[in-house]
Design a protein around this ligand. Structure first.
Ligand code: AMP
Ligand code: ZN
Ligand code: ZN
Length: 327
């Protein structure tokens, strides 16, 4: 039986690039230290700030929530959780209950935005009505809701659970086969916001995917591993993840070195962290950020439902935020 390199208790993990066998407690510490150093290295969160943690119910954002909740005490920031219930049958209900259990266990205030309650339709129906792919509409809805919720809850940033493997798979896919350049450019540890939007931060930027899974398992965290029926990971990204993990076996630390180069803008399309410079204004319907007169969320809902959905989402979240005493 392998023993922890630090205390000789039973090891639960071998972290190859650090050449460490770790027991449950020391792995926990190792994981938190990694996230804390990422926050410091890239100035993701400052003392006194409020972070809105976007939680999907999956392993990555659940592990992130645990790390943020624990670090918030020593680092002096505040964490509020957000979950968007997209109303996807056979998927959303289990995600929601995982997030509810998690938030309860971590003592985090939780904002749940139920799309069907706010708009009367789920994301699949919304996408169908405008003849677009579910995943692209889902991404748009999530971005919009995250930004509105962060603004109304007076959060300084929105944290998502993207890990090192996610970032590299996306960036390398863009380099190898093209497409998604604008999104890949934003996959840096911190994406500064345009006026009217809230910055995005990625505290698991230097954390390996297998470590987020292990963290959930050893800490007994509630998380769901059912994949969304609409969004099977593209096989290219999955292949790249597999390939990188094989390289990592032969050359431990490869992923960390690569992801740091992406963060510095030395690799792929990821040059700088800012978005393209096209003019931004305020949506004439909902008042949030838009390129042009109407934001993409209000435009798409207007087409699908006959009314702009933005103001309803704003009103819906405002009520929750006030109920939680966050506004
Ligand atoms: P994805 O785009 O599904 O890979 O998710 C990327 C990140 O977005 C996750 O790690 C979460 O932080 C966040 N996220 C995804 N789905 C949701 C959701 N339904 N509610 C809140 N946050 C989410
Ligand atoms: Zn130990
Ligand atoms: Zn709008």
């Amino acid at each position: 039986m392998a023993r922890c390199s630090l205390c000789s208790s039973r090891a639960v993990a071998y972290v190859r690039y650090a050449r460490l066998y770790l027991c449950r407690e020391h792995f926990h510490q190792f994981f938190l230290d990694r996230v804390r150093r990422t926050i410091e290295r890239y100035s993701l969160i400052k003392p006194g700030q409020r972070v809105l943690a976007a939680l999907s119910g999956g392993k990555d954002s659940s592990a992130m929530a645990l790390a943020l909740a624990e670090l918030s005490k020593s680092m002096g920031f505040e964490v509020v959780a957000l979950h968007i219930d997209l109303g996807i049958e056979g998927y959303s209900p289990t995600q929601l209950s995982a997030v509810q259990n998690l938030a309860k266990r971590l003592g985090l205030p939780l904002i749940v935005v139920d799309l069907r309650r706010a708009l009367g339709v789920n994301v699949a129906k919304l996408a169908h009505r405008v003849r677009r792919a579910v995943c692209s509409v889902c991404g748009l809805v999530k971005r919009y809701v995250m930004n509105v919720a962060a603004s109304l809850a007076r959060a300084d940033s929105v944290a998502t659970g993207h890990n090192a493997d996610d970032v590299l798979a996306y960036v390398l896919k863009t380099m190898l086969v093209g497409g998604g350049e604008e999104y890949a450019r934003k996959l840096v540890p911190r994406t500064e916001a345009l006026p009217g939007a809230v910055p995005r931060i990625r505290p698991l930027y230097e954390t390996y995917e297998r470590e987020t899974l292990l963290m959930c398992v050893v800490s007994g965290l509630p998380y769901e591993h059912t994949p969304c029926p609409h969004a099977p990971r593209t096989s290219i990204e999955r292949e790249i993840k597999r390939f990188l993990s094989r390289v990592e076996e032969l050359a431990p630390g490869t992923k960390i070195r690569l992801v740091r180069r992406v963060a510095r803008g030395e690799l792929g399309p990821t040059i700088g962290g800012t978005q393209s410079e096209s003019a931004v204004s305020r949506c004439s319907r909902c008042g949030f950020i838009a390129r042009g007169d109407v934001c993409s969320f209000c435009r798409i809902t207007e087409r699908a439902l006959g009314f702009a959905g933005g103001p309803r989402i704003v009103e819906y979240i405002d009520e929750i935020v006030r109920g939680l005493g966050l506004g």
